[in-house]
Design a protein around this ligand. Structure first.
Ligand SMILES: Nc1ncnc2c1ncn2[C@@H]1O[C@H](COP(=O)(O)OP(=O)(O)OP(=O)(O)O)[C@@H](O)[C@H]1O
Ligand SMILES: O=C([O-])CC(=O)C(=O)O
Ligand SMILES: [Ca+2]
Ligand SMILES: [Mn+2]
Length: 664
């Protein structure tokens, strides 16, 4: 093989030559110094070590030509320098204290590499209007690390963040700190004249109120903290693959881990899109290392995640768990999208070769990521989607998979996605080989991998698809009484969607250590902003209009409750899902279960028939019946809060939904 001068390699024509072809160097032999040297190759063109280092890194070319300086005589709308200045001004405006004259002084680049920062950055302070009341914070510079690449973020993390390591797979192993799951009780939403009427407040609602003033107190705390740092990370990215309904988000954070996480989880702009980014639609101030002040009104712990819809801002204090940013933005989408008649969904989504789309609803740990990541289908997304008149679109640009007990055999695509660029949260690894032990729960059960969706080989890019054909409701039933699969009519689908039942799997929400039965409206009460019946009505309308079939799949226990039975084997669940996708399950023979009135198939290819009716798997039939009635009672009690609401325009549907629950 030889270099042909074009940077390509090819085998020499005369294959008669034995062994490897001689590698030709492109450097001319003429200009070499007449100094004694060994003949292993030419020497570098640098006089000092600094010069050598400067050779190593080539400045990225501007993605659009700098008109006016390069293209002589062309009208120059904006120079590269001007563009960078505008970017910094925009970020400075984001980071401005609301009580001082101006935003902080910003420079681009890593403070540790002052000598290397581009000239434009060093000059930037000239562009800012002088402050009238000079404070210490306006005298210092805050360095902005703007949309860094994964490689740069790796370097930052490894250099400056304790607990950051390169795992043997190439992923960045990191720690999220004291919090290893979300803190839903510390979420606050500003209640003002608008949100007062629009949002869901009170019992069962995730929206715990705070006033505007308190929000500003926390915002100031976060902004002051961030500005006090030597450097902050800024990500400008998008949400929603539907170009008509794309949202621009800015995330300001203090950790490379957070910046890389969001790089992976949000949609990554192209260089051209970044140049024209302009003002973000929504901004997150993540000051997670810094606590909130517990003397502040409404604060019940040192953690606070505050959402202000009017200001389009979110403030994070006292938790470094990155999922807060992901799910905080999801909450925002649950507000913005329904305003545009678009349904936002806590669901996974994939598409078959023939274009058949399936949604996978379910609470945390029920299998959205696991089952939507299917080697035989195109992945549209694993967790957050929109369903509009155009079809479905993923909100995110990445996936966030649970890693506990991850195995190469059972989840090969997720396993292979854990490589360079992926953030691995809170996993344990061998201190020498850096080999991850996915069974180790020493830090938490809620170990996670965040990777860009392109890391899944059959990702559907762009992440959009036609209207769903199947709507699969996943429940991880710790009681072990729900059948592995049931076919639902529309009223039953709505009943189970509003109920949002599962056994919460340990760890994702802070403080939960064992599976416990839980109900979470729309399979995501922690993130919805409007009353659940609003989303339910939209889902019913869309399912009806597009003829989608509902299914309830229990990915939880069989043969007894948690502690007695065991979790349904993933290969069986996959077979069930295959039969739903292929349409074969639609044509199966069904029988109706008692109490829940669920239609269960008598046979599914590849699944032992005796497990399809859970009663068969319990040795103690009396215990089964008691447990079934206990769960039915919990369903009924939970649904009481919804009995006074009308769902959609249709009174008939509302009555049918109320009748679709357990009868006993
Ligand atoms: N029968 C089964 N079906 C689905 N998942 C199973 C099954 N048995 C075990 N599991 C495990 O359960 C977990 C499901 O987690 P998954 O990441 O898919 O949750 P999720 O619904 O995407 O939650 P989140 O919203 O928190 O991301 C995985 O660790 C998977 O290996
Ligand atoms: O938000 C998280 O931490 C993970 C997640 O997807 C969920 O809980 O639904
Ligand atoms: Ca998931
Ligand atoms: Mn989720």
């Amino acid at each position: 093989m030889a270099a042909n001068g074009n940077g390509e390699f090819s085998f020499g024509k005369g294959t008669a030559r034995k062994g490897l072809a001689k590698i030709q160097t492109t450097l001319s032999q003429k200009n070499k110094n007449e100094i004694c040297h060994d003949d292993s190759g030419p020497t570098v063109r640098a006089q000092t070590i600094d010069e050598l280092h400067s050779l190593q890194r080539k400045r990225s070319a501007p993605t659009t030509p700098i008109q006016g300086t390069q293209a002589q005589g062309t009208f120059s709308p904006i120079s590269e320098e001007e563009r960078q200045k505008q970017q910094l001004q925009s970020i400075s405006a984001s980071l401005a204290s609301l009580t001082r004259e101006t935003g902080p002084r910003l420079v681009r680049g890593d403070p540790a590499r002052k000598a290397e920062t581009p000239r434009v950055a060093a000059d930037v302070h000239h562009y800012f209007t002088p402050t009238i009341s000079v404070s210490d914070s306006s005298l210092k510079f805050t360095h902005v690390l703007y949309n860094l690449s994964p490689a740069e973020l790796y370097e930052q993390a490894i250099k400056y963040e304790k607990g950051s390591f390169i795992a043997s797979s190439g992923a960045l192993a990191t720690l999220s700190g004291a919090k290893t799951g979300r803190s839903p009780r510390d979420k606050r939403v500003v209640r003002d004249e608008t949100t007062e009427d629009e949002l869901w407040w009170g019992k069962g609602s995730p929206n715990i109120e705070m006033d505007e003033h308190t929000f500003l107190v926390n915002r100031e705390r976060a902004v002051d903290y961030l500005n006090s740092l030597e450097k902050v990370f800024v990500n400008d990215q998008f949400l929603n693959w539907d170009p008509q309904h794309r949202i621009k988000v800015r995330i300001v954070s203090a950790r490379a881990y957070h910046s890389l996480f969001m790089h992976n989880m949000c949609i990554r702009p192209t260089p051209e899109e970044l140049e024209n980014f302009g003002t973000p639609d929504f901004t997150i101030y993540n000051a997670g290392q810094f606590p909130c002040n517990r003397y502040t009104h409404y604060m019940t712990s040192s953690t606070s995640i505050d959402l202000n819809l009017a200001r389009r801002e979110m403030v994070i204090l006292g938790t470094q768990y990155a999922g807060e940013m992901k799910k905080g933005l999801f909450s925002v989408m649950h507000y913005l999208m329904p305003k545009r008649q678009i349904l936002s969904l806590h669901s996974g989504c994939n598409m078959g070769k023939d274009g058949d789309v399936a949604l996978f609803f379910g609470l945390s740990g029920t299998g959205k990521t696991t089952l939507s990541t299917d080697h035989n289908r195109y992945l549209i997304g694993d967790d957050e989607h929109c369903w509009s008149d155009n079809g479905v679109s993923n909100i995110e640009g990445g996936c966030y998979a649970k890693c506990i007990d991850l195995s190469r055999e059972k989840e090969p695509d997720i396993w292979n996605a854990i490589k360079f660029g992926t953030v691995l949260e809170n996993v344990v690894f061998d201190e020498h080989t850096r080999e991850v032990d996915y069974s180790d729960k020493s830090v938490t059960e809620n170990t996670r991998a965040a990777y860009p969706i392109e890391y899944i080989p059959n990702a559907k890019l762009p992440c959009v698809g036609p209207h769903p054909k199947n709507v699969i409701l996943l429940a991880c039933d710790a009681f072990g009484v729900l059948p592995p699969v049931s076919k639902l009519n529309l009223a039953q689908t709505m009943y189970h969607f509003i109920s949002g039942y599962t056994a919460l799997v340990a760890g994702t929400e802070d403080g939960i250590k064992e599976p416990t039965a839980t109900f979470s409206a729309c399979f995501g009460a922690a993130f919805i902003m409007l009353h659940p019946t609003k989303y339910a009505a939209m889902l019913a309308e869309k399912m009806q209009k597009h003829g989608a079939t509902g299914w309830l799949v229990n990915t939880g226990w069989s043969g007894g409750s948690y502690g007695y039975g065991s979790r349904i084997k993933l290969p069986y669940t996959r077979k069930i899902i295959d039969a739903i996708h292929s349409g074969s399950l639609l044509n199966a023979t069904y029988k109706k279960t008692e109490v829940f009135g669920l239609e269960i198939p008598t046979e599914v290819e590849g699944v032992p028939s005796e497990i399809l009716d859970p009663m068969n798997t319990w040795a103690d039939k009396k215990a089964y019946k008691e447990t079934l009635l206990k769960l039915a009672g919990l369903f009924r009690k939970n649904f009481e809060t919804f009995t006074n609401y009308k769902i959609g325009k249709d009174k008939k549907l509302t009555e049918e939904i109320l009748a679709a629950g357990p009868i006993f």
